[in-house]
Design a protein around this ligand. Structure first.
Ligand code: SAH
Length: 368
């Protein structure tokens, strides 16, 4: 049987150096390959003009550069762009680019589906299918960078990556970390450490592991200021209650003295949007350098929750800001909200069904 080729997009700098050493080549070959793949978007060894013929032949025989395929790309009038990315077995994931005046943020998926069953998230309704490989994760950035004409040196259309698409990134740790390494590597996409953000539903051991493995920004999906309520929204809270989660955030920040943790809080009408929730949240977050990201709930077919009223959102924001917290409201624009938080559904069949319910367009998220 033929041995499968090594997909070089599955390896970060260290992994590539080891790979080249294992085939009897010098480590700097890894650096050449990275430049070709991530700076020039090359997938064909034949195009690597500074690599000798013999090595090119060796690579062609044992390796490949294989990003995932794009099923479609949609660009909304406001520049928000969404890619549906094809995986095997009829699966797909979505990647969303959100341009803002001073930055361009790419929202990247880490799993097909999700196993955590948060009750207000549409990704949960499709269950868990599988982890994405490193190549499939960094491939989303590769695809977006090429489509946007991003140039790491002069034309930085892509300045931030948030692991806030489908899936729980800390449950796919071993593939997510090399992908985040490639995002931040000068020979990869060269993003500043703090501009790569991992968002978690609150996997405490994963947060501790991350603090040792990779210097990125941390976001935590909180959504409630007490355990009783949080358990109804994020079932993982039964395993890792709020006090333990906060302690893990403290530990994370100990190794990063000037950083802060971003807390995401999806506002649902009559569920977690009352003034007393805001006041309890202030108490909880006061001891920690933190930022609060308020997300008005994005509805999806079959959900039991509703978006908070505009008044309730403003009142909530005012209470937390007057108490000294930094709080932004993430705004969704556009006539369809299929690309918004918690609405990414990667199954192609499911998509077809959904698109008969919703006009296919993309949403724009803005910070108010
Ligand atoms: N599993 C990780 C990564 C997903 S990030 C995490 O939970 O952090 C996606 C963010 O959108 C999370 O904060 C999630 O709680 C939030 N979200 C999920 N469904 C939503 C919805 N319907 N409306 C608004 N925000 C939602």
């Amino acid at each position: 049987m033929e041995t499968p080729r090594v997909n070089l997009m599955n390896l970060d700098r260290e992994g590539l150096e080891r790979f080249f050493e294992s085939i009897g080549e010098k480590r700097f070959r890894a650096h050449q390959a990275m430049k070709w793949i991530y700076h020039h978007g090359v997938t064909d060894f034949a195009a690597m003009t500074d690599v000798g013929k013999a090595l090119r032949a060796k690579l062609e025989a044992g390796a490949e550069i294989r990003p995932p395929k794009v099923l479609f790309q949609k660009v909304s009038t406001d520049g928000t762009t969404k890619w549906l990315i094809e995986l095997d077995g009829g699966n797909a994931v979505e990647t969303v680019y959100i341009p803002e005046p001073t930055r361009g943020t790419l929202c990247v998926s880490s799993q097909v589906g999700c196993s955590l069953n948060c009750t207000f998230c549409s990704t949960a309704t499709q269950g868990f299918n599988r982890n994405l490989s490193t190549a499939e994760i960094i491939g989303q950035v590769w695809i977006a960078a090429r489509a946007l004409g991003h140039d790491a040196k002069d034309n930085r259309r892509l300045t931030n990556v948030v692991m806030m698409g489908m899936g729980e990134p800390l449950l796919n740790f071993d593939n997510v970390v090399p992908a985040m390494n490639l995002m931040r590597d000068d020979l990869g996409f060269g993003l500043a450490n703090k501009r790569v953000t991992l968002s978690t539903a609150g996997l405490v051991p994963g947060i501790d592991k991350l603090s040792q493995a990779c210097d990125v920004s941390l976001a935590v999906s909180l959504h409630a200021p007490n355990d009783a309520l949080r358990e109804t929204l994020v079932p993982l809270n039964k395993k890792y209650p709020i006090a333990e989660l906060m302690a893990a955030c403290q530990r994370y920040l100990k190794t990063r003295p000037r950083a802060s943790v971003t807390f995401e809080y999806t506002l649902m009408k009559g569920v977690n949007d009352a003034p007393e929730h805001a006041r309890a949240l202030v108490k909880l977050l006061r001891r920690l350098p933190s930022k609060l990201n308020l997300i008005p709930f994005n509805p999806f077919p079959g959900t039991r929750y509703e978006r908070s009223d505009e008044d309730a959102i403003r009142r909530f924001q005012t209470i937390v800001m007057e108490a000294g917290l930094i709080a932004t409201v993430r705004r969704t624009r556009g006539d369809d909200i299929d690309a918004a938080c918690g609405q990414l559904v990667g199954n192609v069949l499911d998509r077809t069904r959904r698109s008969s319910l919703y006009k296919p367009a993309v949403a724009m998220e803005m910070r108010a």
